[in-house]
Design a protein around this ligand. Structure first.
Ligand SMILES: *Cc1c(COP(=O)(O)O)cnc(C)c1O
Length: 710
């Protein structure tokens, strides 16, 4: 049996007994979405808290015994400590709050966005998965997560004077990350052998506590593996096809193995995107071996009890592996399943393009009867592009359903705003967060108070950006023009547009730069100036994306824009939080219908940052004419869309923002903020999303299984 408390995180010093609960708190990401938890660490040592980039383990590591003893003698700190620790224990031991309990769910995803101290994410897919684990914890859902530990993270963005993105590694510092080794019965690091890769690959297992949910991570960077295999999990979304296939085998099949060997029982398998889909084969094998089902019966059972979520509106964006590659890895495997090669390959054959190879999305669609897209619009698109693969349904159930993404509200709401909500809804507000009727209280918030909160967030954001540039200037001696382009000249008093997302062509990051003369007039409008803050990484092999980034960066250096355009380096969870809280407008202009959903606009709207977006992804479901703006034509045309964007800014947005009363408060703008804050958070909360998953998939699957058993 596995040791239940294997917590060996070497960096945490021995803590005085009076505060030894800090270790437990710091090794559970619960504190990241609880303001009292965050404040506890801040109170311990505000300076080290900042130095450590809000990482409690890194902070504790640098605290002396004297300092820790001093904290124990601080009555105020101790009161707060006991309060937070009790709250934590109550939370962890709380039983289910969701009435209709599903059977346990195993959730597989290639990346998780949880906190910047664990850089195992690249973007939207990861944050969705992270928010799903957090919300499942809050709701007390029986879920376990499986993912990858990437020792080299994704990519740290470092932009040169010429505006070119140079990727640097962002190594995961294992000893100061909130991760723990899982130990085997002999107290050694628990390791699995991933079968059917020849020679076999080994992966050690780590875990992250996400409230009440455990996320297990596989790590191939261990001595037992040869150097090539050690690198399987070294980096997220490698472009090397062979290595990518091996990653997905380790994630799907190895991940399944982890659950089996740890004796973790679950009944529902949820695959977030096609990357971990090989888990489906392993599930077939396990039903045949353990439950003695025939191949057909095992396949049927896998189909009925597995959920597949697709995230792209593009056929070309899915992983397709040529048959030779698949054969090289799986030739022994299909025999074990009692299949021949043809049968095995048939699960991943795209009828439209049979010779292309084994398609992971087609495989997911074929092997899971429960399928969903991530917004209503995406569902229409996905249903169309996979029409030739999706089964013809006899009953009402759609072959492809949808669950529109949502965001974990406690994670993404600003602290001050959270207090306002708590004072109206009580500190158990998250229990009722998806009840639209209750959000009416937003209307009652005093305009001046709301405005002051939003302006303070803007000041905090500008300070944060400047401080980062100052440190970079001090450490790397960067060119002052680069410092300027990275935001030192930002003004916390003026209308601020944010555009932060992956730098890639379909998102059209430089659409607003389409007509620079017109833009110049808007930004430098005397008395009504506007500034734009950009952020986002390009995938290391996306040259087109890097060129767009360079174009933006060079424009930011152009003195005719007078420091009104900034590019903030190294977009990630931390930067995202400052931006969604701090800017006034969140700009989103992908090529329709390329954005499957998008979630950053939800995070912005929750904080009163108004969404200015083309009608793609989630926005057609949310936009009501009052809670933001919509622009653009379908299909997208750059010139037309840019012109519509400038029109909106000139005629509506800028005048509205600068139309202030004698206290400097723009009351009509605030009306819109309030409309966004009351209409968007309940509908686009992770709570609503998880209830949809329960209602559409988890509960029906559970009932079906329970009926069969009884
Ligand atoms: C929310 C989030 C995303 C996803 O947002 P999109 O709207 O899909 O671009 C990406 N990166 C970070 C850091 C986020 O917080």
């Amino acid at each position: 049996m596995i040791n239940k408390d294997p917590s060996v995180n070497i960096a945490i010093p021995k803590l005085p007994k009076a505060i030894d609960g800090l270790k437990e708190i710091s090794l559970n990401l619960w504190w990241t979405w609880n303001p009292r938890g965050k404040n506890l660490f801040k109170r311990l040592n505000a300076y080290l808290w900042k130095e450590s980039s809000h990482n409690p383990i890194a902070m504790l590591k640098n605290m002396s015994k004297e300092e820790l003893d001093k904290a124990c003698a601080d009555e105020y700190f101790m009161r707060e400590y006991h309060y937070v620790y009790d709250m934590f224990k109550v939370y962890i031991n709380d039983t289910n709050i969701y009435a209709d309990e599903p059977l346990p769910i195993a959730y597989f995803c290639a990346e998780y966005g949880l906190h910047h101290s664990v850089p195992i994410y690249s973007g939207g897919l990861g944050f969705l998965a992270g928010d799903i684990l957090k919300e499942s914890s809050d709701m007390g859902l029986p879920m376990v997560g499986i993912g990858f530990m990437y020792p080299k993270g994704y990519v740290r963005q470092f932009i040169g004077t010429d505006g070119w993105q140079n990727g640097a590694e962002e190594p995961l510092e294992k000893d100061v990350a909130p991760i723990e080794r899982v130990l085997d019965k002999d107290e050694n690091h628990f390791t699995i052998e991933v079968p059917f890769i020849d020679p076999p690959v080994y992966a050690s297992v780590w875990k992250i506590n996400v409230g009440r949910v455990t996320l297990y991570l596989l790590d191939t960077d261990i001595e037992k593996n040869d150097p090539w295999d050690r690198q399987i999990s070294s980096r997220l979304y490698t472009s090397d096809r062979n290595q990518r296939l091996r990653q997905q085998i380790v994630l799907g099949i190895g991940g399944y193995r982890v659950l089996e060997e740890l004796g973790i029982e679950y009944s529902i398998l949820h695959l977030n995107e096609g990357h971990p889909a090989f888990a489906l084969f392993e599930r077939v094998r396990s039903f045949m071996e353990n439950d003695k089902l025939s191949l057909d019966a095992a396949i049927q059972k896998v189909k009925k009890t597995s959920v597949f979520t697709t995230h792209t509106p593009l056929q070309a964006a899915t992983d397709v592996y040529n048959f030779d590659m698949i054969s090289a890895s799986f030739k022994d495997y299909w025999e074990k399943l009692g299949m021949n090669k043809e049968q095995f390959m048939s699960f991943g054959l795209n009828p439209d393009n049979q010779s292309a190879g084994f398609n992971m999305t087609v495989f997911g669609i074929n092997m899971c009867d429960n399928r969903n897209a991530v917004s209503k619009k995406h569902c229409e698109v996905a249903t169309k592009i996979w029409e030739h693969v999706l089964p013809k349904m006899k009953d009402d159930k759609p072959a492809m359903d949808y669950v529109t993404n949502g965001v974990h509200l406690p994670t993404w709401i600003g602290d001050e705003l959270a207090e306002v909500i708590m004072s109206s809804l009580g500190d158990k507000w998250s229990l009722i967060q998806d009840d639209s009727a209750l959000w009416g209280f937003v209307k009652e918030i005093n305009n001046k108070k709301l405005w002051d909160i939003s302006q303070r967030s803007k000041v905090a954001m500008v300070n944060f950006i400047r401080e980062r540039v100052r440190i970079k200037y001090a450490q790397d001696g960067i060119d002052p023009v680069v410092a300027m382009a990275e935001g030192v000249l930002l003004d916390p008093d003026i209308l601020t547009i944010g555009f932060a997302r992956r730098m890639t062509e379909y998102k059209r990051p430089d659409l607003i730069l389409h007509d620079l003369d017109r833009l110049e007039k808007i930004l430098n409008n005397s008395g009504k100036p506007v500034q734009i803050i950009f952020a986002g990484k390009a995938h290391p092999s996306d040259m087109a994306g890097k060129k767009i980034l360079q174009h933006i960066f060079k424009t930011a250096q152009d003195c005719r824009f007078r420091g009104r355009i900034a590019f903030v380096e190294d977009y990630g969870e931390n930067v995202a939080k400052y931006l969604v809280h701090g800017v006034d407008i969140w700009l989103n202009n992908p090529q329709i219908p390329m954005e499957a959903c998008g979630t950053s606009g939800m995070k912005a709207s929750l904080n009163g940052t108004l969404h200015l977006s083309v009608l793609d992804g989630w926005w057609p479901e949310a936009y009501n004419g009052k809670n933001g703006w919509a622009f653009g034509v379908e299909p997208s045309e750059n010139a037309k869309d840019a012109s519509a964007l400038y029109d909106l800014l000139e005629n509506e947005i800028v005048p509205l923002f600068y139309d202030v009363d004698n206290k400097g408060v723009p009351n009509n703008w605030i009306l819109k903020m309030k409309e966004a804050m009351l209409s968007i958070p309940p509908e686009f909360s992770a709570r609503r999303m998880m209830k949809d998953y329960l209602e559409k998939f988890y509960i029906p699957i559970s009932k079906d299984l329970q009926n069969k058993e009884s």
